[in-house]
Design a protein around this ligand. Structure first.
Ligand SMILES: [Ca+2]
Ligand SMILES: [Ca+2]
Length: 203
């Protein structure tokens, strides 16, 4: 099932539905994981400043903007002045298949070009103690890490990798979030893990 994403805790599926309709003017969709109790509101237009000024509203919604939920439940995630639309897979795939899957959804693997995006990532994955592919790799040239969305080079302007990473161990070229090699590590592209897709807000 393709259902996960950033979210918050709710005690039941109906509590999740209630929260979604409370914080979204027009709640198109939400997902609820009964095991982890993670409630992920569908991203939809929010016009009320009152709702936006609530804590959850600020975290998950941007007035006048929303995420495309036509294929999967892309959800707004915000840190500071940066907002983006995320979808976290709960299926496993190689790096290439992850990239293709995101592109099929009209998105790309998640990028971290500003520190706020690292905070968004860490907030989104903290409930799950697993790895996620992101949109950075050095497959074309060893040691030159490029973002998959525009091919730009990672500028190293802020700390991103775990200590002693990237280490290119056994020829690792693809970048993942890793709960132990925290936050970011290079790994073998043929490895299968979850992945994070991202697209721009609409509106
Ligand atoms: Ca490498
Ligand atoms: Ca490594």
């Amino acid at each position: 099932m393709l259902s996960s994403g950033p979210g918050y805790q709710a005690t039941s599926v109906s509590a999740c539905a209630t929260l979604c309709s409370k914080y979204v003017q027009d709640c198109y969709s939400f997902t609820y994981n009964r095991k982890s109790k993670l409630c992920t509101p569908g991203s939809r237009l929010i016009s009320s400043a009152t709702l936006f000024n609530s804590t959850l509203g600020r975290l998950y919604y941007v007035p006048g903007k929303y995420c495309d939920t036509s294929k999967v439940n892309f959800t707004i995630a915000t840190n500071g002045s940066v907002s983006t639309c995320l979808w976290l897979s709960d299926i496993l795939a190689t790096y290439n298949d992850s990239l293709y899957k995101c592109q099929d959804l009209g998105s790309n693997l998640f990028t971290i070009k500003v520190p706020e995006k690292l905070n968004i990532l860490l907030n989104a994955v903290k409930t799950f103690n697993v790895e996620y592919w992101i949109g950075l790799n050095d497959r074309d040239q060893e040691g030159v890490f490029r973002w998959v969305d525009d091919g730009s080079v990672w500028t190293k302007s802020f700390p991103l990798f775990a200590p002693y990473q990237p280490d290119n161990m056994l020829g690792e070229d693809c970048i993942q979030y890793h709960p132990i090699f925290y936050p970011i590590n290079d790994y073998l592209c043929s490895h299968e893990s979850r992945f994070i897709c991202e697209m721009n807000l609409i509106g």
